[in-house]
Design a protein around this ligand. Structure first.
Ligand code: 0RA
Length: 424
């Protein structure tokens, strides 16, 4: 019993809480929550990439139904933590370990995100961890979050020597917690692809050894979100090459990619710290507001809009627009029903500055593309005005509103153009 102190008891209580209410930590115990386990581990490796220490991440669905996530980062620290516990164990079994052992510059905390590898550990039947660091490969293992590997002089056992560094985590989801334990490969692959678009120097190696048809894919997207916006527009007629914007202000990193297509929909995706912000937020608002203003200013400068003309509306300027707005913030606030709405007000200003500076230069240096975009906006405004007129006509014709056509005009009552022609 002597090995149980106050700290280990609080760790056990933490694991207990996760296992009792898994939905609180990973959203659900369905396939969404199940896949989320992979994303939690993956995000930690991506953090190593963001910190500049990792180039490759390997995600493998193993034949036994488990999943392995390996990276070539620094390796989770294996030294003794201040309480005399191996640091890796603190990271892997303490809820929100954070603080000194948080390798993340960009918190993904809030809502369902960034709950950490300890949650995955608690919800796994078994978890094996291999850490390459200081010339050694250390091994640790857990069952339902409880450590099973015996320490050697208080440290993790060394099972091999190596020159490399990195972390490899293999986990098998607990089938007494999850409704199904087979990860969804379609969701996983699109998440990995998305991660590659958002982190352009990263190589993500996906392998499926689980299914009869084995599959191996390397996701690497050097052109980042510009390639992502092209992918969104695949199969559509694009009007120009993507416009790429990058800025940094107030310690907020801003990246935007815009490409118009010959269609009417608007498709704008927002991300904060690699998290898709389904409900939008201040980054999207900042982008939309400034984009509309820039187009109006440009159209006035060129005399396309005269003094008496009203401004183009926001939706006029986004007619046929596909865009990605990706920002990085050290202390994000996620709000809304599903905690996927970015709430930091200062982000609006940072996006505003990045977009106004870059777009001004773009419009000046790309008059041909600028004209194509403005023509598209004019078309939207004309269509909007025509639709309004048509609506008014219908309203005027409704029996209750009285009215009718003014003066001598009457609606056509014949489909024969010869009888319906009107000379003005
Ligand atoms: C805490 C501190 C450091 C790295 C990590 C955690 C880390 C965690 C994970 C999880 C998956 N892969 C990871 N790689 C690293 C910094 C270590 C140092 O300063 O050397």
């Amino acid at each position: 019993m002597s090995q149980y102190n106050a700290d280990s008891i609080s760790v056990l209580e933490g694991l207990e809480a996760v296992r009792k209410r898994p939905g609180m930590y990973i959203g659900s115990v369905g396939q969404k929550g199940l896949n989320h386990l992979i994303y939690e581990i993956l995000d930690n490796s991506v953090d190593e990439y963001l910190a500049g220490h990792c180039k490759n991440i390997y995600v493998t669905l193993e034949a036994d139904g488990s999943c392995t996530v390996e990276d070539d980062g620094r390796g989770i620290p294996t030294e003794l933590h201040k309480k005399g516990v191996v640091a890796a164990r603190v990271v892997l079994s303490t809820l929100h370990a954070g603080g000194k052992f948080d390798n993340s510059a960009y918190k993904t905390s809030g809502g369902l995100h960034g709950v950490g590898s300890s949650v995955v550990n608690a919800l796994s039947k078994k978890m094996d961890v291999y850490i390459s660091r200081n010339g050694n490969v250390y091994h640790d293992s857990y069952e339902k979050g409880v450590p099973k590997t015996e320490l050697v002089k208080g440290l993790l056992p060394v099972i091999a020597k190596t020159k490399k560094t990195g972390t490899k985590i293999n986990f098998l989801p607990d089938d007494t917690i999850f409704e199904k334990t087979a990860f969804r490969t379609d969701w996983l692959k699109s998440r990995l692809h998305e991660t590659a678009y958002l982190n352009p120097s990263l190589y993500i190696h996906y392998k499926n050894l689980r299914d009869e048809i084995k599959e191996e894919i390397v996701y690497h997207e050097e052109d980042g979100i510009s390639a992502y916006v092209k992918e969104l527009n695949k199969g559509k007629e694009t009007l120009h090459d993507p416009i790429y914007i990058k800025g940094l202000s107030d310690r907020i990193e801003v990246e935007v990619a815009i490409q118009f297509v010959d269609a009417f929909e608007e498709n704008i995706l927002g991300f904060c710290n690699n998290i898709f912000t389904q409900e939008g937020g201040t980054h999207i608002v900042g982008f939309k507001t400034r984009f509309t203003q820039m187009i109006n200013t440009y159209a006035r400068e060129l005399g396309i809009l005269k003094e008496k003309d009203a401004n183009f509306t926001g939706s006029d300027t986004r007619n046929g627009m596909s865009a990605i707005v990706a920002i990085k913030h050290r202390d994000p606030i996620f709000e809304g029903q599903t905690k996927t709405k970015l709430g930091n007000n200062e982000v609006m200003g940072a996006v505003d500055i990045a977009v106004s500076e870059a777009l001004e230069i773009y419009l000046e240096e790309h008059p041909k593309e600028a004209k194509i975009i403005v023509d598209k906006v004019i078309l939207a405004a004309t269509a909007r005005q025509a639709a309004r007129k048509a609506r008014e006509m219908v309203q005027r014709k409704s029996p209750l509103s009285g009215g009718g056509l003014p003066g001598k005009l009457a609606d056509c009552s014949s489909k024969d153009p010869v009888l319906s022609e009107l000379f003005l």
